[in-house]
Write a protein that binds this ligand. Sequence first.
Ligand SMILES: [Mg+2]
Length: 378
Amino acid sequence: MTGPKITALDAAVYVVPTDAPEGDGTLAWDKTTMVVVTAQAGNERGLGWSYTAAAAATLVGEMLADVDRGRDAFDVAGTAEAMARQVRNVGRPGIAAMAISAVDIALWDLKARLLGVPLSGLLGRARDDVPVYGSGGFTTYSDDQTREQLTGWTEKQRIPRVKIKIGESWGSEERRDLARVRLAREVIGPDAELYVDANGGYTAGQAVRVAAAMEEYGVTWFEEPVSSRDPAGLAAIRRQVRPDVTAGEYSWSLADSAALISAGAVDCLQLDVTRCGGVTEFLRGAALAAADNLQVSGHCAPNLHAHVAAAIPNLRHLEYFHDHQRIEGMLFDGTLAPDGGAMHPDPGRPGHGLTLREADAEPFRRLPLLSMRRGGSR
Ligand SMILES: [Mg+2]
């Protein structure tokens, strides 16, 4: 079965300020850049995006658009392979992987819309419910802000699992980390699951000591206690602590996921559809994890993950990340509610069901830097 040819591939950049300063163990930010890709074939348009840098939009225009135009819109795997080959000399990790991911998501959405089916149906539904956990709890928050966010998830939206950031200032604020974990447990009560994410802020020995100190608060998920670039360190920590050790948000390709799995670095593999290579590589990464009897968890961008997550038998959950769910609600129609602790991809809407509200997005639009004016800027 062949489809219409891809006729256009465009990328736009949006920069959205956060609703409060946000930070984790190793980074702080006050705005988020999103690159939105539109792919066209026949009378349909597919939509994909990545939370990345504006350079990803430049890369789509400079390196990927010509490769994709004219290809069969149904041959997404073939186009994904062509894009992977095209970026050989600039390197896949980082910007290129995020650009490819946004395009791949747009192409899967386009194919599903051309066929008039939901993306989860095209991929093959393995589940109706996609469990989520509330994620935020930034190190930059006051106790009151943390309390309000946590009760919003557990009481108002009835999400039975939440995650906060620790490892503040590269692990130099251990006491405050533990005080915030204690606060979180007090606020959410004894029944909700409590997760922490150090974003690689600790040393290995320090992470083991922090895990021991957190035991009384019932923490069951310890994300990136040390950097993901240190699979051996993660594996060593994993052997010594009670919570599940998790990582994978910087897996730019199957090889990165394979490295974490083969090192015995994780109890649950995280995958980000906006970074790993889109829907195509998310499915393969989940299969790789399944072969090792591991579950996967979707990292950030909850609305983009919902449909592919519904096709994953070994899914644990998705990250309902505060910053991204807020942006998705501000700019897109068709976002999904997490109430009760799960998202439910709508089987009645074609594709992933999301459409950009152009008028609402326009104030946040920025031009990608395509060229430098000779002689400097004026
Ligand atoms: Mg993380």
